[in-house]
Ligand binder design. Structure first.
Ligand SMILES: C[S@@+](CC[C@H](N)C(=O)[O-])C[C@H]1O[C@@H](n2cnc3c(N)ncnc32)[C@H](O)[C@@H]1O
Length: 220
């Protein structure tokens, strides 16, 4: 799947799976809610904020923030955005490689399950950093490259859909390069429901966490 046209892929998914989390390629609802609820709790209280969900898909991940914040959702899958708009996100079609928003707009920017699809991912992180306010938070969730479980799965998976993964320390350096500090990790261990938190990406978690979220605060 190295040369997959992801726009077409997710448009088709939204057509066949509607607003469900399977349209955004989650294995099932249980796995989705485990990731979403832990991640939003870890992000911290959000009220009256301008939030960007970058690569929002059908909008299910940031939906809980809609009631008390202004949540913008961008994606290049027009079909997915129809569902995100129905969930209350302010949607626009955009490519994460070059966002249409002005600099320093958002209090919080989240990008969930997207960078593993993008070879030039640092360009995306640069864009996400640009639109984050000084003092604002950038949160990215992706797949852990060191995961023993994923290495085993890849032996059986024919599609090789998830061939791009990231090391936690690698992303930490990218965050630092783009002006973030107070960097922390939330590590997830599918199919188990527990998560761990830390300031570094080392230790046993680098082998056993299947995915992780990284967040940092943009320096003023
Ligand atoms: C796995 S889905 C995740 C959706 C959502 N973040 C969630 O967690 O429910 C990845 C999304 O990223 C979008 N995407 C991938 N590359 C993109 C790009 N370069 N610009 C805009 N959207 C992109 C896809 O269309 C898809 O909706």
């Amino acid at each position: 799947m190295a040369n997959t046209n992801w726009k077409q892929y997710f448009d088709k998914k939204a057509e066949t799976h509607g607003a469900s989390v399977q349209a955004s390629d989650y294995f099932n609802e249980e796995s989705f809610f485990m990731q979403r609820d832990n991640t939003l709790r870890w992000l911290g209280p959000m009220k009256g904020k301008e939030v960007l969900d970058a690569g929002c898909g059908v909008g299910a991940f940031s939906e809980p923030l809609v009631a008390e914040n202004t949540v913008y959702g961008v994606d290049f899958s027009v079909k997915s955005l129809e569902h995100a708009a129905a969930r209350g996100l302010k949607t626009s079609v955009d490519d994460l490689m070059g966002l249409s928003f002005e600099n320093n707009k958002f209090d919080a920017v989240m990008c969930i399950g997207v960078i593993q699809l993008i070879e030039q991912y640092e360009k995306v992180i640069k864009e996400l950093a640009r639109v984050t306010k000084p003092g604002g938070t950038l949160l990215i969730q992706t797949l852990n490259k060191g995961s023993v479980q994923r290495k085993l799965l890849s032996l059986y998976e024919k599609s090789k859909k998830f061939e791009r993964m990231y090391e936690m320390e690698e992303l930490k350096q990218v965050f630092e390069r783009h002006g973030f500090k107070q960097i922390e990790f939330l590590k997830m261990y599918h199919p188990f429901k527990f998560v761990t938190k830390s300031a570094g990406g080392g230790g046993l978690s680098q082998w056993f966490s299947t995915s992780f979220a990284i967040k940092g605060v943009k320096v003023k």
